[in-house]
Design a binder for this molecule. Structure first.
Ligand SMILES: *Cc1c(COP(=O)(O)O)cnc(C)c1O
Length: 402
């Protein structure tokens, strides 16, 4: 059977994919324009257009297009002032990319738990870490147990839902830390009336094949700060100080998005409102189809947020073991549905096992019980109803709701 999580894999075998892109707008037209005009590389009008359109959409003053979301995180951390041997507070229940980006700099992640109700970075534990585990040494906020400088907070808005940003921003303000949003899974979501990506000091988006919109691969850094945007642009284009004489005063990166990819991005952004509406209707379909199942945990929206439900996710019963959840997903896959687990918490992964993980007692249970369900913008309603029926039947027969 086809690998169910393969992003962008063509649907050929009648199965219902987890999350695949949709190209029904101006993608062909704009990409053809690039080829016809020979503007295919990292300079071209679509790069500028994509940056302006994304910034306008999320409400930031600036946006800088890059080759992927991981590169966006790497550069956003640098721009925010994170240096080798610093520490960054980051969610543990998420994809590994933000932790990797921290390590690219030679800095260290300190992992924060997920809150049990909304599964996002727990703001209370984050504040408690700063208040109880850190001290000021001169103007340096220092982690008492490692002696390292704590330099930033990196909340990840997972699965299309915003983190509870108000208390996180208050904690960041109190301890004078910049907030870097990983908004890669949540383009289009809002929190207290503000778009995700315009809640902290700088934000990162991804346009990988399975994200809300895609450019094949791509990313964006968004910020209100002109100096940070300029620095991001500089670092992502090989830090050119004199483009004619090849003068580079710093080590830069070749991280610019190409015009062809940006052309796709401009077209995808034109469709974003309809994608967001579709994701929300998919979520209410699952909600209606599963909410009466005793023992199931469904993705709840926090008050005053409008999620985009990137991947709709259900939790099996609270006593479900990892093995039972694996078997359940395997059965859903064999029945033709592209289900997938939530990520193994990063503090459990070999490269990160020695990093500090602060009072984590929720993330692993969410990992053991979480099931992502088919959530493509193009998901057919009948397919979704079949998926719900299959989910209910399998949950009953495999007794995974206790
Ligand atoms: C997808 C994703 C990224 C990385 O994006 P790429 O474009 O694949 O590099 C980063 N963080 C999270 C939480 C993601 O889901």
């Amino acid at each position: 059977m086809r690998e169910p999580s393969a992003p962008g894999a063509p649907v050929t075998d009648g199965s219902v994919p987890l999350c695949v892109p949709q190209m029904t707008g101006n993608e062909w037209k704009y990409v053809k324009e690039c080829l016809d005009t020979n503007w295919v590389s990292s300079v071209g009008s679509f790069v500028d257009r994509f940056e302006r359109a994304l910034a306008t959409y999320v409400g930031t003053n600036h946006a800088v297009a890059v080759i992927n979301g991981t590169a966006a995180l790497h550069v956003a951390l640098l721009v925010a002032g994170v240096e080798p041997d610093d520490e960054v507070l980051v969610s543990t229940l998420t994809f590994v990319a933000p932790a990797n980006a921290i390590r690219y700099i030679g800095a260290w992640p300190v992992f924060m738990d997920a809150d049990p109700k909304y599964w996002q970075m727990d703001p209370d534990k984050t504040l408690s870490f700063l208040e109880n585990e850190c001290v000021w040494k001169g103007d340096q906020l220092t982690n008492k147990s490692t002696g390292r400088r704590v330099r930033a907070i990196l909340p990840v808005h997972i699965l299309g839902h915003p983190c509870d940003m108000e208390p996180i921003l208050a904690a960041a303000h109190k301890f004078n830390l910049p907030v870097i949003e990983d908004a890669t899974e949540s383009l289009g979501a809002s929190y207290q009336g503000n778009m995700v990506g315009h809640l902290g000091d700088i934000a990162c988006f991804s346009f990988n094949g399975n994200k809300i919109i895609t450019t094949g691969g791509g990313g964006m850094i968004a910020t209100d700060r002109e100096d940070w945007a300029k620095r991001a642009q500089y670092l992502t284009t090989q830090a050119k100080d004199d483009p004619v004489e090849y003068v580079h005063n710093e080590i830069g990166f070749n991280y610019r998005l190409t015009n062809i990819q940006a052309a796709m991005g401009v077209a995808q952004l034109e469709s974003l409102d309809s994608y967001v509406a579709k994701k929300r209707s998919i979520a209410s379909g699952y909600q209606n189809g599963l909410e009466d199942l005793e023992g199931v945990g469904l993705m709840a929206a926090q008050p005053d947020t409008e999620p985009v439900y990137w991947l709709y996710t259900a939790l099996l019963g609270s006593s479900t073991t990892l093995g039972a959840r694996k078997a359940f997903i395997k059965s859903l896959n064999e029945a033709g549905f592209g289900a997938r687990p939530i990520w193994r918490p990063i503090h459990m992964l070999p490269p990160y096992q020695d990093c500090q993980a602060y009072r984590i007692d929720q993330a692993e249970s969410l990992y053991n019980r979480g099931v992502n369900l088919p959530s493509s913008v193009g998901l057919d309603e009948d397919d979704q109803q079949r998926c719900i029926k299959t989910f209910r039947a399998l949950a009953e027969s495999q007794r995974v709701l206790v």
